[in-house]
Ligand binder design. Structure first.
Ligand code: F6P
Length: 547
């Protein structure tokens, strides 16, 4: 048991509570009193310009939050992470996704071994393989060129590559088809393969553990589909299946040639893994050079997080702002609203990153927390959200801090007419954060001649906090920068909350129970110890199934 004080008893915490109790100054007033705020409350990292001026904070709020970060030794834990210490306590593992993007000559040790040469050896092997698939040199069992790549994985072995493929679509080999299968619902694999020729299809089985039931089930079905299509010759598997895993034994057991395995290590968490071998499908799509550009982007933010002073440290600031809203202003959720169609899967990716990392209620030493931890993360690309749920952000009763992410230039081979739409997209981007921050007063509404009984309905209170992240263009490097920014933001929050952001025991119970209940569904077997509610549901299911 640690004797460190409970977070909520720390003087730095109670100072923030007192500060909050003094009340919040409206954003209109904050800007009127300090017009320089728009320039001062900006932090730059790599290609990202991060504006946090539209937050319900003052210099004093920031100073108090920084004191909390210092008291909870966020930078101490950060340094321990970069040094390769086993800061994932419950799994006794180092947390070294930062080593995945370390420069070739860097030294990062785990248990006295420099892991960087292994990282680069795998990257080189991936590059070689990706080039062979892209050029057509790697052919299928019948000698046909590979035209389709299907990644089979779930959670961190799916969300990262699927998201990044979507983000970087303009940079992808358009003559290849990429699909991502994750759901154990057979419909997923069916829809992904129904129009593909097995002779031209490569399956990438991505699983850190290689025991995940969804992935192994889908991979087994994919193998049957392949063999059926190619006349049943088992030798075909070697040309059509590769594996991404830490578990060579299980990969071999499944029947994949260990030469076709791309390795990573237990110090890479699943949700932090798409820049490891797990990114192979992405590398085939965008090519090794673009993939390395993306890694460079990650590294820019890693270096920034490691070295920038606290007051100009972007992940630290974003993490602390989230703590301000979640712990002192009652926010339960955090919206991430990208104004780029290519970022359509970005928030879904962040959901695992943030919610699987910080959805915890026990401290690192086992004591319960008595403070709020990770928020519900949600959001979809603008402008679609504006016509769906923004109403609630503007005029609802909830505190919802939001990140707006936008770009100065469109990417891709757009026609001039479509390129011109970009300014309209971004006009919405700026308009929304303006409306959220400053609202519309009853007097402003009245001045438009609105009948008195409608004035309250048409008033916008404003003071909805937003961060604006702006970059010139959505490049592979910028994607790496954005992901690393959120990775480290999540780290900061976990450090302050004193939780283990790197385990995920909360997913285990459901897995065990699914295994236990399955025989009842398939064979009608008696499952001892089933609770009455679930037993009744299972009986109803079986009845419906038989009709
Ligand atoms: O069940 C949760 C989880 O363990 C995630 O953390 C992980 O990303 C996912 O399952 C997939 O695991 P694996 O890569 O081992 O198949």
């Amino acid at each position: 048991m640690s004797d460190s004080p409970l977070l909520t008893r720390r003087p730095e915490w109670t100072a923030l509570e007192d500060h909050r109790a003094e009340g919040l100054t409206p954003l209109r007033e904050l800007f009127a009193d300090d017009p320089g705020r728009a320039e001062r409350y900006v932090v730059r990292v790599g290609d990202l310009r991060i504006d946090y001026s539209k937050h319900l904070i003052t210099d004093e709020t920031l100073a108090l939050l920084q004191e909390l970060a210092a008291a909870t030794d966020v930078f101490g834990l950060r340094d321990a992470m970069f040094r390769g210490e086993k800061i994932n306590l419950t799994e006794d593992r180092a947390v070294l996704h930062t080593a995945l993007r370390a420069a070739r000559d860097a030294v990062v040790e785990v248990d006295g071994d420099n892991v960087v040469p292994q990282v680069h050896a795998v990257l080189d092997k991936m590059s070689d393989f990706a080039d062979r698939v892209r050029s057509g040199e790697w052919t299928g069992h019948t000698g046909k060129r590979i035209r389709n790549v299907v990644n089979i994985g779930i959670g961190g072995s799916d969300l990262g590559p699927a998201m990044a493929y979507e983000v970087l679509r303009p940079y992808t080999a358009r003559d290849l088809t990429f699909r991502f299968v994750s759901n154990v619902d057979g419909a997923d694999l069916h829809e992904a393969t129904r129009d593909l020729d097995p002779a031209e299809t490569l399956f990438i089985v991505a699983s850190k553990t290689f025991t995940t039931i969804e992935t192994i089930t889908n991979a087994t079905s994919a193998r049957s589909w392949l063999l059926e299509g190619l006349g049943g010759d088992d030798k075909a598997v070697a040309k059509h299946f590769v594996a991404l895993s830490t578990n060579a034994g299980k990969v071999t057991e499944f029947g994949i040639d260990p030469d076709n395995m791309f390795e990573f290590w237990d110090w890479v968490g699943g949700r932090y893994s798409y820049d490891s071998a797990i990114g192979l499908s992405l590398m085939i799509a965008i090519g090794p050079d673009r993939f390395r550009e993306m890694l460079d982007g990650f590294r820019i933010v890693d270096e920034h997080f490691r070295t920038a002073p606290a007051e100009a440290n972007a992940p630290l600031l974003l993490g602390l702002l989230g703590i301000w809203y979640g712990n002192f202003l009652g926010a339960q959720s955090h919206a991430v609203l990208p104004y780029s169609h290519y970022l359509s899967k970005f928030t879904a990716y962040l959901q695992q990153l943030d919610m699987e990392s910080n959805g915890k209620s026990v401290q690192r030493d086992g004591r319960p927390v008595d403070w709020q931890t990770g928020p519900v993360v949600w959001g979809t690309p603008g402008t679609n959200g504006q016509h769906a749920y923004y109403q609630l952000i503007h005029q609802g009763t909830k505190v919802i801090p939001a990140d707006f992410i936008g770009f100065a230039r469109p990417v891709g081979e757009l026609s001039d007419e479509l390129k011109a739409q970009h300014d309209l997209l971004m006009a919405n981007f700026f308009a929304q954060t303006q409306a959220l921050a400053f609202g519309k007063t009853p007097d402003e509404v009245r001045a438009e001649g609105v009948p008195e009984e409608l004035v309250v309905h048409k008033t916008f209170k404003g003071n909805h906090p937003t961060t604006t992240i702006l970059a010139r263009e959505l490049t592979p490097s910028v994607l790496g920068q954005l992901i690393a920014l959120y990775e480290h933001k999540v780290f900061v929050q976990g450090a302050v909350w004193n939780i283990d952001s790197f385990d995920q025991w909360g997913v285990e119970l459901g897995k065990v129970l699914a295994k236990r209940v399955e025989p009842a569904l398939t064979e009608g077997a008696d499952v001892p110890g089933l609770d009455p509610s679930t037993a009744a549901l299972v009986a109803a299911y079986r009845e419906l199934k038989e009709v």
